[in-house]
Design a protein around this ligand. Structure first.
Ligand code: SAM
Length: 236
């Protein structure tokens, strides 16, 4: 979708962008486009596709989950900032923490936040496994998001320990989501979560799911296990 279709789709969902927000999205694309030649940030460089697959896809989370009363969000493995930075542009009140294991992406995010004048953003270089064991971050976020980082059982171990009790882990998934849901049912339960809903929608004919997992029990201190273990030896 081009920019105007993007604005229209958001309007149809009750989001009317201000000129400042339209400018922030424009600058965001330009910065990724510029830095992508120097550091690998995304495979998508066509502007219309970027607006669809990065901006619209990220914001679509808010059609199924109300961010108005959310204070803090943590985005695990956000790469060039998806989905949390487009959500931050729409909901400036959000306190955003991003943890990503690639430092060049963290450096890019610092520059991006500066250029887009985004306040209350913290970008941490590290593994979610280590981050989730730190007392000041563990079980501290209202919402944890993740898109395209790992299979749901592995991802649950990276994300659920960071969610505060009664908070939510929102997992953005594409096709084959049902398979992942089945495979992850034990992990979600062991980590203290419960799958409340799976909202299915289509973006230009492609399947998308927003999985809403509520944290209904504290996560035992054993999780997340040390960096690399969730992937090598997933909870099954
Ligand atoms: N979420 C973004 C998106 O949807 O465009 C980026 C997806 S990219 C395929 C996966 C990102 O997750 C990479 O930036 C990678 O460095 C990060 N990542 C993978 N495993 C991680 C871990 N255990 N802890 C923190 N970041 C991780």
């Amino acid at each position: 979708m081009d920019k105007n279709q993007f604005y229209k789709h958001l309007e149809n969902n009750g989001i009317n962008l201000t000129d400042k927000q339209k400018d922030q999205f424009k600058k965001y694309f330009q910065l990724v486009f510029y830095w992508n030649e120097r550091i690998n940030l995304t495979a998508i460089t066509d502007e219309d596709e970027f607006y669809t697959k990065h901006f619209y896809d990220s914001i679509a989370t808010s059609f199924y989950f109300d961010f108005k009363n959310v204070k803090s969000i943590c985005d695990v493995g956000s790469g060039a900032g998806f989905p949390s930075i487009p959500l931050k542009i729409i909901y400036p009140h959000l306190e955003v923490t991003i943890v990503d294991s690639l430092n060049k992406r963290i450096k890019f995010l610092n520059l991006l936040a500066e250029e887009l004048d985004l306040k209350d953003c913290i970008f941490v270089h590290g593994r979610a496994e280590d981050f989730g064991q730190k007392d000041n971050f563990r079980e501290s976020f209202d919402v944890v998001t993740a898109r395209a980082v790992a299979r749901l059982n592995v991802l649950s171990e990276l994300c659920i320990p960071l969610v505060k009790l009664d908070g939510y882990f929102l997992s953005l998934k594409a096709q084959k989501c049902n398979e992942e849901k089945l495979e992850a049912s034990k992990a979600i339960n062991v980590l203290g979560g419960i799958l409340e809903s799976d909202d299915l929608f289509y973006v230009e004919g492609e399947e998308r799911h927003i999985l809403k997992i509520r944290k209904n029990k504290r996560t035992t201190k054993k999780y997340p296990r040390k960096a690399g273990t969730p992937n090598k030896n997933p909870i099954l």
